[in-house]
Ligand binder design. Structure first.
Ligand SMILES: [Zn+2]
Ligand SMILES: [Zn+2]
Length: 76
């Protein structure tokens, strides 16, 4: 795996993803610059799966096995 750029559908919305796509952490209030590579993905599958929501978060807002706070809590 490892694509610089691709498109995917998340919650019915088309978004750009890949480590070549600049983004900002999706945690409310966080302005950390990230990219939309798998390293910042909540869960294991772009677009979301039962493991994560498919959101992109900075290192401070990803916990455990690459999950955002909300998903980590739900999995606990
Ligand atoms: Zn999540
Ligand atoms: Zn963050």
């Amino acid at each position: 795996m490892g694509y610089a750029y691709y498109e995917l559908v998340r919650n019915g919305e088309k978004i750009e993803a890949g480590y070549g796509v600049e983004a900002v952490c999706e945690k409310t209030g966080c302005t950390e610059k990230i990219d939309r590579g798998l390293a910042y993905l909540c869960g294991k599958t772009p677009g979301g799966d039962k493991h994560g929501c498919g959101g992109y978060f900075c290192e401070r807002h990803l916990y455990g096995d690459n999950q955002c706070g909300t998903c980590a809590e739900r999995a606990a």
